[in-house]
Design a protein around this ligand. Structure first.
Ligand code: FUC
Length: 747
């Protein structure tokens, strides 16, 4: 029998009160009702009720049960499949090629289970997720004893931690187990549980769970740990695989055993407070960069638990604080699943719980993976964007190989729609997939102005994609250039000159032209791109005033298809805007209105895309309708967007859409409050990023701009726009300028 060191309740009380102190609002922190999801009961189901934590590579879903706690966890690289090109061009049915083994599936690692003994009625139960601290907390009272359980996933310590305390000694008796989702046997040794195995593609994985108890006794029994009369429990979980993001190494690196052991060992159980503080400091360094206040919610509504609050919203209660929380949730989730060194966010982030998840839980390149990252730059999380560049840069040799097989002797590369972590690409060819991703590579530079990154990372990618398109464009009899064999995702025929493809190639050429200018390279290429961009088949207005989705005027005004691919030029592109191309902007609005808001138009990601487009079209009320639409129709009680079962794209995307409502910077100027809806009459936002290396704070009252603070990272001139008026200001590097609403004159 192993007996842990006996420390008495006094030390627990100190720990609890320190935790309590951190829990208080930090100076300038947002109100609880805009940053805390909370519930009066444990999660009854994983789907829609459990709450997400993550440290980049590792994610957890917490149930918060009183007698039975479950921490379902996952690691970003736990994938079956390989790099082999799979999937012939087929229809959308789940036929054999679509599910070909080469693509594989993102997996589920497993769960930690705690079974607690104890009877009596539970009162004052509450579970919550604080987005600013990234800490999940469960509290309840039983037989006069107050229980507290805190869980977090630490990025610096690379572990998940759960701490269970009580305000009376000896309250914890029960068992702890670790269930591997691939049925590897769990081994209990000392105060540690280990589950290790390999997937069918040889990928090795290992998870270790260490238990440190204060007071009482702990003993391993077969494959579980039994604890008795403990004052508190500390669980430390680490998990990893031998994945390496490098095709030259066969996508495999060192076995995970040593790393996982070292992470679990490194936690000093006597210094829990420091571990927690290290975690919250790390999270806050990113999270606190942006604060959003959209005005107050009525106290009764704000005081509701989150599930009931969503219900009340659906019944018509105004709740700007819930909308602000939705905005911050997207930021929270990206911080939790996309950190430098991790894999990028896939369809369900690191929160998938299935070994055969829908769409492989993949990197889907025809909207989803891009939408996952729309918020990264404007919402001041630029470094969270980096995993996307790492994976898609590493996959280039495979995407090139696949492109050579598909297109013959071409320069550069593109990819198919479905993509895994080994460069494997499958299902329908997404001709403009690589060009759309190239936009992300460019945007990181546009926002940060990091010339080294542009030279060493972004431009390398962009140039290969541009070379592919220079080669592949087809000259029509009238001399215009068309993208051949394209497809407007995911409907209509495969044919030449599809608007979505034309617009993405236009965007790629524009960004590459600007990149060559910024770097002072490839003047000849630039000249060719300038010429070819002019010759691309451009936007066309069709017979019912719509922006045509295809070269042929065949758009059906009753089509409510979820994709709005032909409006790429409005957002996230910049080819169409109410200022530069008002006729096309009007046509885009006609098309978007016709797509409707019912049926297929109700998906996790449809609302955010439409929100951003309406914001770019300066229709503030429609943009807000899209925020409301997501909450009304596609939001689970845990506030994750649903496209059954769930898709993170909607949660990330709505943050990006709301950024576009508050500020835009795609047209060579910073536009303040371009789409402010009437339901947000007064408020403020701090820390949004604008292209050109600017950071902006905005305040408004009675629907009017009152002031803005603009900081410049690199120094320079900037044009600020409010309404129709513009002013130019010069801001030295590292400095800030304050502008008032009156500087733009009276409206
Ligand atoms: C695209 C969408 C689907 C779904 C899938 C993951 O193909 O058309 O709605 O989001 O990605």
């Amino acid at each position: 029998m192993t007996t842990t060191s006996v420390k008495r309740v006094a030390s627990l009380a100190v720990a609890c009160c320190l935790i309590g102190a951190f829990h208080g609002a930090a100076p300038g922190a947002a109100q609880e009702s805009t940053i805390t999801l909370w519930y009066e009961q444990p999660a009854a189901h994983w789907h829609g009720q459990t709450l997400p934590l993550g440290n980049g590579p590792m994610g957890c879903m917490v149930f918060g049960g009183v007698e039975k706690e479950q921490l379902q966890f996952n690691v970003d690289s736990l994938w079956t499949g390989d790099e082999n090109m799979v999937g012939k061009e087929r229809g959308m049915s789940k036929d054999a090629s679509y599910l070909a083994p080469g693509m594989g599936f993102y997996q589920n690692f497993g769960s930690v289970h705690i079974a607690l003994e104890g009877r009596g009625q539970t009162t004052d139960y509450r579970r919550e997720l604080n987005l600013a601290r990234a800490v999940h907390k469960v509290t309840y009272t039983r037989d006069g004893v107050r229980f507290t359980r805190e869980t977090f996933c630490s990025h610096p310590a690379k572990v998940a931690v759960m701490r269970l305390t009580a305000d009376a000694p000896g309250q914890y008796s029960g068992t702890l187990s670790l269930a591997d989702a691939h049925e590897a046997k769990t081994v209990a040794e000392g105060l540690r549980l280990t589950a290790a195995g390999a997937l069918d593609n040889g990928l090795q994985y290992e998870a270790q769970l260490r238990l440190v108890a204060e007071g009482g006794q702990v003993q391993p029994a077969d494959d579980v740990l039994r604890f008795k009369d403990c004052d508190s429990l500390l669980l430390v979980l680490a998990a990893d695989t031998n994945y390496k993001m490098d095709p030259a190494s066969g996508w495999r690196g060192e076995p995970p055993h040593r790393r996982v052991t070292a992470r679990v060992d490194a936690v000093d159980p006597n210094d829990f407070d420091r571990l927690l503080l290290q975690h919250t400091d790390d999270h806050r360094a990113l999270f606190d960069r942006v604060a959003l206040d959209l005005g107050p919610t009525e106290a009764d509504q704000a005081a509701l638990p989150t599930d009931k609050r969503i219900q009340a919203y659906r019944q018509g209660a105004a709740d700007p604080e819930l909308e602000a929380m939705l905005f911050q949730y997207g930021r929270y989730l990206l911080i939790a699943c996309s950190r430098p060194g991790s894999l990028p966010a896939n369809l369900q982030g690191v929160w998938n719980n299935s070994n055969e998840p829908p769409w492989h839980c993949d990197y889907h390149t025809n909207i989803n993976v891009q939408m996952n990252y729309w918020l990264a730059e404007p919402a001041n999380l630029g470094e969270c964007h980096l995993p996307l560049f790492d994976l898609f840069s590493a996959a280039v040799p495979l995407h090139r190989k696949a492109s050579l097989i598909r297109f013959g002797d071409v320069p550069g590369f593109t990819m198919q729609t479905v993509n895994n972590i080994f460069g494997g690409t499958g299902w329908e060819w997404n001709m403009v997939g690589s060009a759309w991703l190239a936009q992300h590579f460019w945007e990181h530079y546009a926002f940060t102005q990091d010339a080294d990154y542009l030279r060493e990372t972004a431009y390398l990618y962009m140039k290969q994609v541009v070379l592919f398109w220079e080669h592949r464009l087809k000259e029509l009899p009238d001399g215009r250039l068309a993208v051949p064999e394209g497809w407007s995702p995911e409907h209509g025929p495969r044919e030449d000159g599809v608007s979505h493809d034309q617009q993405i190639v236009w965007d790629l050429f524009q960004n590459t032209i600007e990149a060559t200018e910024a770097l002072g390279v490839d003047a000849e290429l630039r000249a060719r791109l300038v010429d070819k961009q002019k010759r691309l088949v451009g936007p066309q207005v069709g017979r019912w005033g719509q922006l045509q989705e295809w070269m042929a005027d065949r758009d059906d005004p009753d089509n409510n298809h979820r994709h709005t691919s032909h409006l790429f030029a409005v957002y996230p592109g910049r080819q169409i805007s109410p200022v530069t191309t008002p006729k096309f902007a009007e046509a885009a609005a006609v098309s978007l209105r016709a797509r409707g808001e019912t049926g297929d138009a109700r998906r996790s990601w449809t609302w955010p895309w439409r929100c951003a487009i309406w914001a770019r079209l300066r229709n503030a009320e429609k943009a807000h309708d899209m925020v409301a639409g997501l909450i009304h129709h596609n939001l689970l009680p845990n506030m994750i967007a649903t496209h059954p079962p769930l898709q993170l794209d909607g949660s990330f995307g709505i943050t990006a859409g709301m950024c576009e409502m508050l500020m835009q910077s795609h047209a060579g100027r910073i536009e303040l409050l371009p789409a402010l809806p009437a339901v947000w009459p007064a408020g403020s936002v701090r820390g949004l990023c604008a292209r050109g290396g600017f950071e902006v704070d905005i305040e408004w009252k009675e629907g009017r701009l009152t002031s803005a603070h603009v900081r410049s990272k690199i120094g320079g001139k900037v044009v600020l726009q409010y309404g129709e008026k513009t002013i130019e200001v010069s801001i030295p590097a590292g400095e800030e300028r304050r502008i008032t609403g009156d500087d733009f004159g009276k409206k």
